[in-house]
Design a protein around this ligand. Structure first.
Ligand SMILES: CC(C)(COP(=O)(O)OP(=O)(O)OC[C@H]1O[C@@H](n2cnc3c(N)ncnc32)[C@H](O)[C@@H]1OP(=O)(O)O)[C@@H](O)C(=O)NCCC(=O)NCCS
Length: 168
């Protein structure tokens, strides 16, 4: 960790309980999250998909890292069953904040909160060329479960990674 100029400018807003009560767009950031998704991911969700996920929030957990200009990081999990496995759908830290250990802290906070809420494990897919994300997830205790050939298109393979419930 180095070069931390203003990490304290970021605060974590992590909602699972709120969303499970069906609060519509609990942070009021739907538009901004959709924009981050658009800017940083190759296959972003449509604005409508964001709003329907946040509205139909019973089965989603959302973590947002807030900077002075709004969200600078997001973590979105699908949680079909509270005792089951959460599927990480989106994880992002905006470029100026990368390389400082903040993504690791953010991910571990999400993991810890999900555990407190009783979620049994985590599962995700990541492109096998995404060294930063794979390194991050491995550092946070996730293991590679399987390789998914052509998961992201022809010649673009994925890795499934996960942390299983204790004892498995
Ligand atoms: C993936 C991402 C969140 C990592 O953010 P980051 O701020 O660079 O990560 P951190 O600084 O917290 O690094 C934590 C650990 O991740 C690993 N890591 C980070 N960058 C790495 C890299 N380029 N290569 C290998 N491992 C890396 C290291 O283990 C690092 O710990 P260390 O610095 O003690 O070695 C960020 O690059 C990002 O938002 N990328 C675009 C979105 C994305 O690809 N999301 C994942 C979709 S599945």
């Amino acid at each position: 960790m180095s070069g931390m100029s203003d990490p304290q400018a970021l605060s974590l807003a992590l909602a699972l309980g709120d969303m499970r009560r069906g609060v519509e767009d609990p942070f009021g950031f739907c538009e901004q999250l959709a924009q981050l998704d658009q800017q940083h991911f190759q296959w972003p969700w449509a604005r409508e998909q964001w709003s329907s996920s946040l509205e139909n929030s019973e089965h989603y957990a959302l973590g947002v890292l807030l900077g002075s200009h709004g969200p600078q990081g997001l973590a979105l999990f699908h949680v079909p069953d509270r005792q089951g496995t959460a599927h990480l759908l989106k994880f992002l830290l905006c470029p100026p904040y990368r390389g400082r250990g903040l993504a690791e802290r953010f991910f571990k906070l999400c993991q810890g909160q999900l555990e407190k809420w009783g979620v049994g494990g985590l599962y995700l897919e990541v492109e096998e060329t995404n060294a930063a994300a794979i390194g991050l997830y491995a550092k946070c205790g996730l293991k590679t479960l399987t390789r998914k050939k052509d998961f992201y298109g022809t010649g673009r393979h994925g890795l499934a990674m996960g942390s299983m419930p204790q004892g498995e």
